[in-house]
Design a protein around this ligand. Sequence first.
Ligand code: AHG
Length: 341
Amino acid sequence: MSSSRTISLMRFLIEEQRAHPHINADLRLLIEVVARACKTISIAVGKGDLGGLLGEAGSGNVQGEAQQKLDVLSNEILLEANAWGGHLAGCASEEMDDPHPIPDVYPKGNYLLLFDPLDGSSNIDVNISVGTIFSVLRCPDGVTEPRVEHYCQAGTTQVAAGYTVYGPSTLLVLTLGHGTHVFTLDRELGSFVLTRRDVKIPAETREFAINMSNQRHWEAPMQRYIDDLLAGQQGPRGKDFNMRWVASMVADVHRILTRGGIFIYPWDKKDAAKPGKLRLMYEANPMAFIVEQAGGKATTGRERILDLQPTALHQRVPVFLGSSAEVDAAMAYHREHDSQS
Ligand code: AHG
């Protein structure tokens, strides 16, 4: 039920625009368009088997991964929704090899939108939460046909980032650089409503999220760090840790945003061409911005993610993010190891 105290996403954005001069009407429109597209994706995901959209699409993406039908549909929904508004100079998607230009028939704006249209797609067919992750950059001045180098900006230059979780409820988590805020989709009203303003991740935690099946492929400091967590109260960390792994980054990060924790997808030697599984531009950067705005930390284990200068659109990086004290602890293992080698 709505009331005069209900703050819709639109009202929130208008108030943010009044408070912060760098938020203009085009950026507000961009966020509203992405949110509307995510509502459409949420409906498609929610239909499950009834929508005839489960299973593989029969195609592969630039990463060589099999695309699910819902990956392809979510990508199309985001491209179509963002084509005609005049707010974008271009977009790039985890699912597409190259940046996607705005069709010539439409006016062009000053922003670049990057997205992972459906993160955690291995969970689609088993009815576990998936989501959309997005990052917004400014298009460099004077550039009307943005190329890869124009997208390859450090995460510190992001003007907005967000993710949705299509779970028991559909959530939108957003930062415009002034805190991290959570909106819940009111399915009766059809609009996102502010439900948690300025969330803060607890600095300390006893919970970690990692795919343990990769342990034998990790480097030495990572093996030592996890061994010490598993040793619990009797070990050097002096406390018992719990483990959770959804295998949807949006769901794992959302748990951490809500109650603390550390999420790790470290470098591993499973595939020499992939230094970590997650993509800098579509996953690590937007999540790092959101987590830092919530008082957490996001690093590669050695460096702050937002400071990395991207070298390729589909670049992968190791990711350690969440409760600040625990990210610091994980980094200390890497620092100690590096200082001895
Ligand atoms: P994708 O969207 O390509 O399915 O990737 C999912 C990502 C991320 O959401 C999740 O944290 C991680 O990959 C899961 O990796 P594992 O398959 O190793 O569990």
